[in-house]
Design a binder for this molecule. Structure first.
Ligand code: PMP
Length: 385
């Protein structure tokens, strides 16, 4: 699709060539990985190689990774009151989640609604550490879930500091790293995460695969019971082809993310500079704090995001109105609400997210589209100049 420019990488990233090759090769696997015959062992080898690649991406041990159908399922598996820590059962009384989490975390997993408490964020979209400290004090084995970076704003959370606070209070930390593993440095030990979620399709692997890294704790029971695959943590014959593609994408991302990040940051900054020149009243969310290098989340007074997304699309450019998971519904972003953003701005929030193949001419195309969209929807002819 050379006549189109894709700027929705935080929703899903196009398949990497390495992942495509691995998927195609694995489709010829003839047996289930649990079978003991040679064919089964060949399938097992494909899965284990991928496990090694995925674990290495986040500095985990291979045995700490369990494959799931995606980040949503990994989050649902992790968020349970019944954990096992160093071989001993632990019951978590309460789950604390930041107010800007993905809906799969906000829903609280296997905790009841009364057991889930939301943690506030600052106006820049960073978890309020003082509020976290106060909230978890006195809770019995609190489980805390905070994302590494937010999918809408791209704002990176101070996970190592959060881990220190949580561990001091005798709690456990789950980190949803769907937006960061394979995109920025994401080392499970350096972050201090006890459990960590990864998604395949955010890093150029196929959709429908993910992993939960379980370091200091594990869920006591699986979410999906059955044949005991994945060491009993996730029943069901493994999705061998998707897992193979996930592994290949993880290996490719590990080798290239740093250079890709620098390149994307320069392109993103160029877009934002020109956006501000054409629309000085544009508000760029989270611009004052560390952000993912590929994400720009902004609003301009008077702009309606739904109409703008369609208008961009007609101009050959794919952007998103905030979180893709909630698009299609005309709901205000819960992330912007939690940040206390001006309610007059929120309905116009647009997310532009770049990827490792994004080019300078694509940014030019985005800027031309932006000028047309602004001229048409905001009736500011100066934009079209
Ligand atoms: N967490 C975050 C932060 C995400 O951005 C997403 C994808 N929108 C998910 C979880 C869900 O990932 P998946 O599509 O792999 O279930």
């Amino acid at each position: 699709m050379t006549d189109r420019a894709y700027f929705d990488w935080n929703a899903t990233a196009p398949l990497r060539p390495e992942a495509r090759a691995a998927v195609l090769a694995a489709l010829d696997v003839v047996a289930a990985p649990s079978s003991v015959h040679s064919e089964g062992r060949a399938a097992r080898a494909v899965v284990e190689r991928a496990r090694c690649q995925v674990a290495a991406l986040v500095g985990a041990e291979t045995k700490e990774a369990v494959f799931t159908s995606g980040a949503t399922e990994a989050n649902a598996l992790a968020l349970t009151p019944d954990l096992v820590a160093q071989g001993r059962p632990v019951t978590c009384e309460l789950l604390f989640v930041s107010a800007i989490e993905h809906s799969s975390v906000l829903s609280g997993g296997r905790f009841s609604a009364e057991q889930v408490e939301r943690l506030p964020v600052t106006a820049e979209g960073v978890v309020d550490l003082a509020a976290l400290r106060t909230a978890i004090v006195g809770a019995k084995a609190p489980l805390v879930s905070v994302m590494h970076a937010n999918n809408e704003t791209g704002v990176i959370q101070p996970i190592a500091e959060i881990a220190a606070i949580v561990h001091e209070a005798g709690g456990f930390l789950h980190v949803d790293a769907a937006q960061t593993a394979g995109r920025i440095a994401c080392d499970v030990a350096l972050l201090g995460a006890d459990m960590l979620t990864i998604s395949s399709h955010k890093i150029g692997g196929p959709q429908g695969a993910g992993a939960l890294i379980m370091r200091r704790v594990q869920p006591a029971t699986p979410l999906i019971k059955g044949g005991g695959q994945e060491r009993g943590f996730r029943a069901g014959t493994e999705n061998v082809a998707a897992i193979a593609g996930f592994g290949a994408a993880a290996a490719a991302a590990a080798a290239t993310y740093e250079a890709a990040g620098d390149r994307m940051a320069a392109l993103r900054d160029r877009f934002e500079t020109l956006l501000k020149l054409t629309a000085p009243d544009a508000v760029i969310f989270g611009a004052g704090v560390p952000r993912l290098p590929n994400t720009s989340y902004f609003a301009v007074p008077g702009l309606k995001a739904e109409t703008a997304v369609i208008s961009f699309d007609l101009n050959g450019v794919a952007v998103s109105s905030g979180s893709a998971c909630s698009s299609g519904k005309v709901a205000q972003s819960h992330v912007l609400t939690a940040m206390g953003a001006d309610p007059a701005l929120s309905p116009g929030a647009l997310r532009v997210s770049l990827g490792w193949t994004t080019t300078e001419p694509e940014i030019d195309r985005l800027l031309i589209a932006w000028k047309r969209v602004a001229a048409a929807l905001l009736k500011r002819q100066a934009y079209a100049a």
